[in-house]
Design a protein around this ligand. Structure first.
Ligand SMILES: Nc1ncnc2c1ncn2[C@@H]1O[C@H](COP(=O)(O)OP(=O)(O)OP(=O)(O)O)[C@@H](O)[C@H]1O
Ligand SMILES: [Mg+2]
Length: 499
């Protein structure tokens, strides 16, 4: 008999103008990994914030180990063993790893006011070893990579011996090997009887770890299924409420030869070596390679975010100098970075202002007065095309779900109307339905004569979308594949090629 030790019954939650959850039920067994699935804005994070005491439900109840429980703060939930790792991290950047893990519950000596530094250090080391982490307990969190910070969050959750551990998109920023250690630890927790709730948009990856899945759509409960027997396509249909067509929408075979961008012998000391390639008008060019191969570095250099130490960049047959991001933008090059947080979503500002941010020159008249009506229409259109889930254009970006915040940044670049767009991991953290919208949008852009460089770690996506693929390794281009020769094996061969 499965041991169901947690039940959320008929939960409803309203925010001003939004019914985030409507009569949702969810249950969790000891020792299971339970995936929580749904499109951006479906209500996953909200449901888990209720379970972990961040929000209170308007209606419904939580039964935990046969008791009805109510939390007025996350700390109360934590005290009975329910811990959450949020989609947005909650670490203190200026404190050390150890301080972050034990904040608020430091180890004390018997006199209760002196820190028992030795015991605490031993505990931290033990957890870090268990996680296979090569981070020092006294490193400052601000100095760690995003992935390492994520692992600190996980270490923190493990250190409280959680009975319920909720992870909200834990792998979005992790490398393959970090995902491996995360899964190893998750299995360890399972064995100890911890129930794990796991939110992710990566359905294939979930097959490796999930026992069951609950699907939500538009704030409603849809179904709970066994992961082993369910077909991924059926999961997708449940999530989006309709059958999706071809996930990589087709375009006619690419035949163009008009070079818009040419990169010759590009060098950046210790980062990029002798990079040569060209991009054609109307083409989607893929940049593939393993994490750290130099793809983002190459994008940054072309965009003027980093200086070069040699080589040339030609735009439409003219040698150009891009010493600064503003110059790149002026010349018609746009770059959607992989780090959307840094890209500067102004959380307090409205959806509309966030889309228009940086685009006002194009949408002003000759006196510099912003054409408000046009701005409204353009943002309305983009909200529709990208299916950004918001009650209205004036909603603060802060109140949108994680995936929908990302879509705003994409909208911002699209309405800028640049000739060359570099998309760096454009679909990370974005649900399947919205992925398809983004692919279709890319297709429309190239059909209009724009050119796209697409960086992606997802091989099926790069193979499905690109006319041509460059593979990088250690700062070099190691291979070029056309549509016919682009297979996962071929890409991996070049991506791991020894010198
Ligand atoms: N504090 C808030 N104020 C107003 N609306 C909110 C608030 N928090 C969430 N919402 C809205 O509730 C709905 C559900 O959001 P939630 O963050 O739970 O989605 P999600 O399923 O986690 O999506 P994602 O996959 O994009 O992270 C969304 O429409 C969101 O805009
Ligand atoms: Mg979320």
């Amino acid at each position: 008999m499965p041991d169901t030790f947690l039940q959320m019954n008929n939960i409803t939650k309203r925010f001003p103008g939004v019914l985030a959850l409507s009569d949702v039920s969810f249950n969790l067994r000891r020792g299971e990994v339970h995936a929580l699935l749904g499109e951006n804005g479906a209500g996953k994070s909200t449901l888990m914030k209720i379970l972990s005491g961040v929000y209170r439900p308007d209606e419904g109840e939580i039964i935990f180990e046969n008791n009805r429980v109510q939390f007025s703060s996350p700390l109360e939930a934590q005290k009975i063993g329910i811990t959450i790792i949020h989609q947005e991290f909650n670490l203190f950047p200026d404190l050390t790893v150890e301080e972050n893990i034990f904040i608020g519950r430091e180890f004390c000596k018997n006199n209760r006011w002196q820190l028992d530094a030795k015991t605490q250090r031993a505990q931290v080391s033990d957890i870090l070893t268990k996680l296979n982490l090569k981070i020092k307990p006294d490193s400052r969190v601000a100095d760690l990579t995003v992935a390492q910070q994520q692992m600190v969050e996980i270490a923190k959750a493990i250190s409280v011996n959680a009975k319920v551990l909720i992870m909200d998109e834990p792998t979005a920023a992790l490398t393959e090997s970090e995902i491996d250690s995360l899964f190893r630890v998750t299995r360890l927790l399972k064995e100890q009887g911890t129930g794990v709730v796991y939110i992710s948009h990566r359905l294939e990856e979930l097959a490796l770890i999930a026992d069951r899945a609950t699907v939500m759509r538009d704030g409603q409960y849809i179904a709970t299924v066994d992961y082993e027997t369910v077909q991924i396509n059926d999961l997708i249909t449940m999530m989006v409420g309709r059958k999706l067509g071809d996930i990589y929408p087709r375009r006619p075979p690419f035949t163009g030869t008009q070079k818009v961008l040419e990169v010759k012998n590009l060098q950046r000391k210790d980062v990029l070596y002798d990079i040569n390639f060209s991009l054609n008008r109307g083409e989607i060019l893929g940049l593939s390679g393993l994490m750290g191969a130099g793809r983002t570095e190459l994008a940054r250099v072309i965009f003027g975010a980093d200086p070069i130490d040699g080589g040339e960049v030609w735009l439409n047959g003219k040698l150009i100098k891009v010493n600064h991001v503003s110059q790149a933008i002026e010349q018609g090059i746009g770059y959607l970075t992989e780090d959307r947080k840094k890209e500067g979503l102004a959380l307090g500002l409205s959806v509309e202002l966030n889309i228009m941010l940086g685009n006002f020159p194009e949408y002003s008249d000759k006196f510099g007065i912003v054409k408000e009506k046009q701005c409204r229409e353009v943002s309305e259109q983009l909200v529709k095309t990208l299916r950004i889930k918001t009650p209205h254009l004036q909603q603060a970006a802060l109140h949108l779900s994680g995936g929908n915040q990302q879509k705003i940044i994409i909208a911002r670049w699209v309405c800028k109307d640049t000739d060359i767009l570099i998309f760096d991991e454009p679909t990370r953290g974005i649900d399947v339905g919205a992925k398809l919208e983004i692919y279709e949008l890319m297709n429309r852009l190239v059909a209009k004569g724009k050119s796209i460089i697409m960086i992606s770690s997802e091989l099926p996506e790069i193979i499905g979308m690109c006319d041509r693929i460059l593979v990088m390794r250690s700062g070099r281009i190691t291979g070029e594949l056309n549509k016919a020769s682009a297979t996962q094996e071929n890409i991996m061969k070049y991506a791991t090629l020894e010198d």
